[in-house]
Design a protein around this ligand. Sequence first.
Ligand SMILES: Nc1ncnc2c1ncn2[C@@H]1O[C@H](COP(=O)(O)OP(=O)(O)OP(=O)(O)O)[C@@H](O)[C@H]1O
Ligand SMILES: [Mg+2]
Length: 248
Amino acid sequence: MSEIVLSVDRVSIAFGGVRALSDVSFQARQGEIVGVIGPNGAGKSTLFSVIAGFLRANAGAVTFAGRDLGPLKPDERARIGLVRTWQTPRAFESLTVRENVMAAAIAHGGTMHRADEFVDRLLSETELEGQADDLVTDLPPAFRKRLEIARALARSPRVLLLDEVMAGLTIAEIEALFDLLRRRVAADRLTIILIEHVIRAVRALCERVIVLAGGRIIAEGAAAEVMGSPTVIEAYLGSAEYLKRRDT
Ligand SMILES: Nc1ncnc2c1ncn2[C@@H]1O[C@H](COP(=O)(O)OP(=O)(O)OP(=O)(O)O)[C@@H](O)[C@H]1O
Ligand SMILES: [Mg+2]
């Protein structure tokens, strides 16, 4: 089996009285695609923020490539290969698509040397060549999602945390994204952890799925198994959305 690249150990965090994560532990291996699912408010995005260093856990540790990340800031984590996207796109509105990807590449410490070539390759990979010179503010939502991925890939991640990048995309767009992500995993041994409500994506892409509810991991295992488990279905009960989404 491949080496463990990311390890989350007994992480807890509270916001005032809300325990957003309680004693969460899991590991991800190199070249693996892991899904994180769970009802709204389960703590999924908070988990990404803790892993990527945007929030400090009250307890627990995150280890990346054998290194305890301790107080490392988000940028420092990104520089060593731990990169996240945001549920709400964060690209610079007043810049073009190309400028945004370039800014991410340079922020990551890339030199201008061959930066154009690198950015062109990313734009082509994420099928954004046609929008390269468009302002972000003019982009339809599906393109913004792809731009978030392009900006994340510009940082040459070893572990990529994707927070609901498929929401709002058509089935054809989702399938194209599957190909892109699978190619990266195969070519670079990239590890992807994806939070996703699009169940079709979780089923198609993830070997392993983690289910969060109320800040705790309530199930973990093979996608088909986990998504059919009574505990998981119960956690979503009242969430008509799950039953609707389960078959999409
Ligand atoms: N910065 C914050 N301050 C206070 N409470 C927060 C903060 N961020 C998250 N929370 C709370 O923590 C809990 C987990 O939120 P989180 O955004 O991680 O859920 P989620 O699983 O990503 O949900 P969704 O599927 O809706 O995106 C929720 O109760 C939320 O209201
Ligand atoms: Mg979220």
